[in-house]
Design a binder for this molecule. Structure first.
Ligand SMILES: N[C@@H](CCC(=O)N[C@@H](CS)C(=O)NCC(=O)O)C(=O)O
Length: 265
């Protein structure tokens, strides 16, 4: 039995979960509560020394890094339809999307999410708890980003860069979708799986209207993605009441700030 350590709203966890669902593979999902700092528990660090989710366990083997997990999951089930394009050019395009989504899209998402949805709960922690949280983070770049947005929210200077990073991403996705129905060709692939939680996160942060006029194909792609059974099973059905409440604090001011940044450009 495959075991996946992940989190209900974790974008990287969703990449792994959707891949497993699209392949029709069953797995045991173990929730790591990032808000409670469970990623820093000594037993978890033995599995994933980077103190991040997801981590996949297959028998005695440990696989980390969401894009690697996705490709591994696709390849262990060789009998099922592949989620990687057959022709080398589309496969290269798929890999480029995976690479770009890992970096810079993933850190940009963290910046926007921590500045908005996750900030109120963090600010309720005592100064000692806040200090302990940052001290436990092994990655100094991640720590610096979180410190900046927990302190200054959407006014942190790194927010502007995150918004511009997404602007370019959405526009490039629009261009790719002008040529093909999916991001890396005519068939749904790991590129679409990887993009799913990030476009969904823009939706959760009420940011999608920023690109409503300039990226109609991305809107259409997202409608088609949401119709796939894997979306409800691996995203919507995982949400707890607490998750829904955390994102309910988001109002139109995030989109207004993003518009302001893009006009300034
Ligand atoms: N490159 C890693 C990044 C994983 C990652 O950043 N995961 C986030 C959740 S989506 C996390 O665990 N964050 C822990 C934290 O912020 O302390 C991957 O793709 O697996």
């Amino acid at each position: 039995m495959l075991v996946l350590y992940d989190g209900t709203t974790s974008v990287c966890g969703i990449k792994a979960r959707v891949t497993l669902a699209e392949k029709g593979l069953t797995f045991e999902s173990r929730n790591v509560d990032l808000g409670k700092g469970e990623q820093f528990a000594p037993d978890y660090l033995k599995l994933n020394p980077n103190a991040v989710i997801p981590t996949l366990i297959d028998a005695d083997e440990i696989i980390v890094e969401s894009s690697v997990i996705m490709q591994y999951v696709d390849e262990i089930d060789a009998a099922g339809p592949s989620l990687q394009p057959e022709d080398p050019l589309n496969r290269a395009r798929m890999r480029l999307w995976l690479k770009r989504i890992d970096d810079p899209i993933h850190p940009a998402t963290g910046t926007l999410t921590h500045a908005t949805a996750f900030r109120p709960a963090f600010l309720k922690k005592s100064p000692e708890e806040q200090k302990a949280h940052f001290a436990a983070m092994p990655d100094p770049a991640r720590r610096a980003r979180q410190e900046a947005v927990y302190r200054d929210g959407l006014d942190a200077p790194i927010v502007a860069n995150a918004v511009r990073t997404f602007d370019k991403f959405v526009k490039d996705a629009e261009s790719a979708l002008a040529k093909n129905d999916f991001l890396a060709g005519e068939r749904y692939s790991l590129a679409d799986v990887a993009a799913t939680p990030y476009i969904n996160q823009l939706d959760a942060l009420k940011l999608l209207p920023v690109w409503a006029d300039t990226a109609p194909r991305v809107s259409d792609w997202y409608i088609r993605i949401k119709e796939r059974p894997s979306f409800k099973a691996m995203l919507t059905d995982y949400l707890t009441d607490e998750d829904i409440a955390r994102f309910a604090v988001i109002d139109d001011s995030t989109a207004a700030k993003a518009q302001e940044i893009l006009v300034e450009k």
